[in-house]
Ligand binder design. Structure first.
Ligand SMILES: Cc1cc2nc3c(=O)[nH]c(=O)nc-3n(C[C@H](O)[C@H](O)[C@H](O)COP(=O)(O)O)c2cc1C
Length: 372
């Protein structure tokens, strides 16, 4: 099988911009040229200042300086298909002035949230369209609209965070408007993909997501199926819970003195970790297959795909692409190793995941000791 247009690099926070959101051209070029994936989805890129994530080194696409840097990265990688993931974090930020579908706070980020007014929603729709246009002008092949993992669009899709009484009580409406605006700004062949959580831990169900997919299937070119929100962040990725490292590098945890951290680890952590789902391979495949049955839209799947055998089986079942994140962090050259029995060397320790909330550029940290 020719895997080059079947296996994609799932969006992965790089932490390779400066504090003004300007991507470091050399660092991105080095990272992306080492990746054997033909198609690379960037880590989430902010579409407006008030949509920035808590990661200080997140890249943006809101001004000419950022766009010029992206254009240089594009020019340095003429053979790659580059897709920029566009995101507005909504309530999932520690920055002041967080906005959301409603005032319901994120129990992970804890920042107060202001519910968006209708005129502000219209502005954010335009921010997505402008960001997509900048990405297109920078030479990108497409964008992926981040509607998963509890970020702003997911907050509108979710029955838990969307308690609105205006027209946005129709939960898929905001995503639909974003996609229409992006499509109008950037006509085909520019690709418009979407990332969706098929369900979450707060009441969003597969039935909701099937209804959303029906609403958007003519407005985009593919949907990547994921899971969850940042409130239960480790359910998005699953696997190890490196709590020691979180107390060292995650700004939501490292403010606690060592004694408090040790107490928390000993007495609270055993209960805390019960909220997380264990890692199982291919954990979103069943939901993606169900979605595929009901739509003409190309469907991609991410989450725990770790062997060539599984990749072959998933693709032959009709899923259009598989999307890998941690396996590419561990083995950037993995596509050159697909001789029949490839098995990922990633053990899902999730040290990379915890570091992505720090100032460190993404890489594999397997084997590092991180005891508090
Ligand atoms: C270090 C790290 C950074 C990530 N950054 C993003 C991101 O920017 N946007 C996104 O949609 N998902 C992000 N994810 C989730 C992945 O794209 C992917 O959906 C998830 O890790 C499951 O795939 P895997 O089992 O192949 O790692 C990230 C995951 C990790 C581990």
């Amino acid at each position: 099988m020719n895997y080059s247009d079947k296996i994609i690099r799932s969006a992965t926070v790089e932490n390779m911009a400066d504090i003004n959101g300007v991507p470091d051209v050399q660092a991105f070029t080095r990272l992306y040229s080492a990746l054997s994936a033909q198609t690379i989805i960037t880590g989430f890129v902010y579409v407006s200042e008030n949509g920035r994530a808590m990661q200080p080194l997140q890249a943006g696409i809101v001004n000419d300086e950022q766009a010029a840097a992206w254009a240089k990265i594009r020019q340095a990688l003429p053979d790659k298909q580059l897709i920029m993931q566009l995101a507005h974090v909504g309530r999932q930020t520690t920055r002041s002035g967080a906005v959301g579908a409603s005032t319901i706070k994120c129990t992970y980020c804890k920042a107060p949230v202001r519910a968006l007014k209708k005129e502000e929603i219209k502005q954010i729709v335009q921010d997505f369209a402008q960001a997509a246009l900048r990405a297109q002008k920078a030479g990108f092949d497409g964008v992926q609209i981040h509607a998963a993992h509890g970020y702003l669009i997911h907050q509108f899709l979710s029955p838990y965070t969307n308690n609105r009484t205006d027209e946005y009580a129709d939960r898929p409406l905001f995503l639909e408007q974003v996609l229409k605006a992006v499509r109008d700004a950037c006509p085909a062949p520019f690709l418009v993909w979407v990332k969706l959580s098929h369900a979450d831990d707060r009441g969003l169900t597969l039935a909701d997501t099937l209804a959303t997919v029906k609403r958007i299937e003519t407005l985009c070119d593919g949907a990547e199926i994921s899971y969850g929100t940042m409130e239960y962040a480790l359910n998005i990725i699953r696997g190890g819970i490196p709590i020691d490292l979180a107390f060292k590098v995650n700004p939501l945890f490292n403010k606690y003195p060592p004694l408090v951290a040790r107490f928390w680890k000993r007495f609270v952590f055993p209960f805390y970790k019960r909220r997380f789902k264990p890692f199982t391979v291919n954990y979103n495949v069943q939901a993606a297959a169900e979605i595929k049955k009901h739509t003409s839209l190309p469907v991609f799947v991410t989450g725990g795909i770790r062997t060539q055998q599984d990749i072959d089986r998933i693709l032959s079942s009709g899923i259009d692409k598989v999307s890998l994140c941690r396996p590419f962090i561990k083995e950037p050259d993995l596509l050159t190793k697909l001789a029949g029995n490839w098995k990922s060397a990633c053990v899902n320790c999730n040290l990379c995941t915890i570091y992505c909330d720090s100032m460190q550029a993404v890489c594999c940290h397997l084997g590092e000791k991180n005891e508090i």
